[in-house]
Every structure is written in C-alpha cells, then in structure tokens.
Design a protein around this ligand. Structure first.
Ligand code: SAH
Length: 251
C-alpha cells in the first residue's frame, strides 16, 4: 500500500495517530525535506529507506514508488501540512491510477489552521466573516485570472495566503485595492509550531515593512481580515435564548 500522509505544520506531535502509525510501519518513506520536520523520521523503523523528495523529480519519485510497490513494501509519501493543499499529489495519484497501484490519502493539520491557532483566533465569526479564502499570489505557478488576489479580497472574507510572503509588497497592494481600505488587520506567521516560530502583527499599512525588517522571505502564512481583532456577534449555538436539536432555549 502507498499512503500519502499529511505531516502537519512542523511540531512532530501534530500528525494524526494514523499518519504516525504508517510512518512506524513504513519500509520506504519519501518526505518533502524542504518543509517537513525531520523529527518525523525518528519514528521510522530500522532499515526504512528514506528519500528526500525536494531533490527529486516527479519521475524519480514515481520510480521509487512503483518499484517499492512491486516488491510489496509499505510506502509513505510524507507531505507538509495537509497533502490536499499545494501538495502536488494529484499528478502522483494520476500516475498511480495509470499503473493500477492502490493508494490512500491521510489528511493533516494544515499550516493555515496551525497559524490561526498560533495567534489564538477564529477565522469564522458571526457578523464578520463566515468564509475563509485560501489562496496564493501568482509565482512561477500561474493563478487563474478569476482568482486574482484583488478580486478575492473584494469579498472581505477571512484570508489565508500561502507561498507569497516573498512578494509581500505585491500582496499588500492587491489586498488594499480589494478590501478598499488599508487598516485591515494582517498577521504573518513564520514557521508556525516550529521552535523558531515568529508572529508579526500589523495592518495592510505596515505589515510589509515589518516582515521585510525581520528578513522573512518564505515559509510563512499571511492571515488577513477583521477576524483578527474586529467586533463580532456572539454565536447562536451557545445563546441561552436559542433552541437547537441538542438543547432547549431557556425561558
Ligand atoms: N500542504 C501545506 C502547504 C504546502 S505549500 C499545508 O497544508 O500547510 C508551502 C507553503 O505553506 C509555504 O510557502 C508557506 O506559505 C506555508 N507553510 C507551510 N508550513 C508552514 C508553517 N509551519 N508555518 C507557516 N507557513 C507554512
């Protein structure tokens, strides 16, 4: 069996129990060495063969998987955060389908929720936003025009922006245009849950300068929106005057 496993954002304890057990049983592990904490490899059994995918092409990765699978090995493909976000797993899965090789996907804690937890916030708040937009600035990977940062920001939802801190000036300019104001709260979380995690707080007015002065160029989430410190309404779920299927309203 081949298992695509979400390693979580960094802290090795933020992997699922299922993911950890698969690592413990793996004969072969292919891990994204650029972002996955190498602490996960301490859980591999003796003799487990390790490959750092940051030095490999898709073809080389697939070759390791196919040969291992044909020998009946347990194979873990360890991706950072949650594999379904910016994981480039689809191209691997499609090739496995072509070869009629079975696989499964084990979810993980994404860096965007880990970052929101690190600043002790909630993305979805009554009267403020009930939507989170997960996106990135166009880089070498193109982004469809209909998903431009400016257009997405015009919804004034909570936003988590991946892979873009290296172009923070560009990000901020587009967000200001989209939100239509520059006092929108923004936080950059560098290496969420790692020992050297950094949190930089500001608004669209000053976050770019703050981030650049700390020398942060990658490995960070940009969280933006009034969920960070805006005024919200209390929930209906825990409102004494509100009934739902598990609780009757107080008189
Ligand atoms: N699948 C991953 C994202 C991979 S893309 C996930 O779910 O988190 C890589 C990008 O994710 C980085 O450029 C950065 O924007 C973000 N990222 C990954 N780990 C991070 C962490 N620990 N702290 C902050 N951002 C992180």
């Amino acid at each position: 069996m081949i298992s695509f496993v979400g390693a979580g954002p960094g802290d090795v304890d933020l992997i699922t129990v299922k993911g950890r057990r698969l690592i413990e049983k793996a004969d072969i592990i292919i891990y994204a060495g650029s972002l996955v904490s190498c602490g996960h490899l301490d859980f591999c059994k003796d003799g487990c063969i390790r490959y750092d995918s940051s030095k490999m092409t898709l073809e080389e990765i697939m070759d390791v998987m196919e040969k291992g699978w044909r020998k009946g090995k347990n194979i873990v493909r360890l991706h950072t955060g949650d594999p379904t976000l910016y994981g480039a797993i689809k191209e691997q899965m499609d090739r496995l389908d072509e070869l009629d090789i079975k696989y499964e996907v084990i979810p993980g804690v994404s860096s965007f929720t880990a970052s929101c937890a690190a600043i002790r916030c909630e993305f979805t708040l009554p009267n403020l936003s009930q939507t989170v937009i997960i996106t990135r600035l166009e880089g070498r990977t193109p982004v469809p025009e209909s998903e431009s940062l400016e257009l997405l920001a015009s919804h004034k939802s909570s936003m988590a922006i991946f892979l873009s801190v290296g172009n923070i000036d560009d990000v901020v300019e587009k967000l200001k245009a989209g939100y239509g104001r520059s006092d929108v709260p923004a936080v950059v979380v560098y290496k969420a849950t790692w020992k050297d995690q950094k949190i930089i707080r500001g608004t669209l007015d000053d976050i770019a300068d703050k981030v650049k002065s700390k020398g942060i160029k990658n490995f960070a989430q940009i969280l933006v929106g009034d969920f960070i410190n805006g005024k919200y309404g209390r929930s209906k779920l825990y409102d004494p005057s509100f009934s739902h299927s598990f609780r009757k309203a107080e008189k």
